[in-house]
Design a protein around this ligand. Structure first.
Ligand SMILES: [Fe+2]
Ligand SMILES: [Fe+2]
Length: 206
């Protein structure tokens, strides 16, 4: 089964579902992005290309149950659900390995002794929450929950303070560099947004 066919299974499964923030298509898009980002990370860390099928399946289905159970259980539930969806369609050994990754993907501890495939999926998953994607998601959330733009900007500002903590949860130097780059972009966006939205004291234009 190729990447396109696997993606179609995920899309069909998640069609019409929404997470608690009301972001229906967020999970679908996130899973698809993670399935590709994890392959880029694999290449960047110089790991074997033999991991690619496993990484793609685990990345693609890692949040398959994100919107149907409570957050705490979504890894375990996702492992069960992906086995149901992919039984007979994916090599059974690979499916078991991918399901094992999905089960623990949200349990991030730097020195957990887990394998490289699990760490790559965890890093790709986390990175997809930063940069333009976070800005898009946070503004979408704000619209849905009737928040002011200044409230969203404040949230982004507080998140900048978590830089060291987030970095410590990533497993590879390339992931940390990517995080820095995405957070730097958010900081740049904030600066510009402050100029346009907060600085009402007159003076210069942007
Ligand atoms: Fe997740
Ligand atoms: Fe995720």
């Amino acid at each position: 089964m190729n990447q396109k066919e696997l993606t179609a299974i995920l899309q069909k499964e998640l069609e019409g579902k929404q997470d608690i923030a009301g972001r229906g298509v967020w999970t679908v898009d996130h899973c698809i992005r993670v399935s590709h980002l994890v392959l880029k990370l694999r290449k960047a860390v110089g790991a074997s290309a033999k991991l690619d099928s496993l990484l793609f399946v685990a990345g693609l289905f890692h949040d398959v149950s994100h919107d149907s159970v409570n957050h705490q259980n979504h890894g375990a539930a996702g492992a069960v659900r992906m086995k149901q969806l992919l039984a007979g369609k994916v090599n059974p050994k690979l499916l078991n390995q991918a399901a094992a990754i999905v089960a623990v993907h949200d349990d991030r501890r730097p020195d957990d002794g887990r394998d490289i495939a699990t760490h790559l999926v965890q890093d790709a998953d986390m990175l997809d929450h930063f940069g333009t994607l976070r800005i898009w998601a946070d503004f979408g959330f704000a619209t849905h929950h009737d928040l002011h733009m200044t409230e969203t900007l404040e949230f982004l500002r507080q998140e900048q303070k978590m830089r060291v903590r987030y970095k410590s949860l990533l497993h590879f130097a390339v992931s940390q560099q990517e995080l820095e780059s995405r957070l730097d972009f958010e900081a740049m966006f904030l600066k510009r947004a402050d100029k346009e939205c907060r600085d009402m004291s007159g003076g210069e234009l942007v």
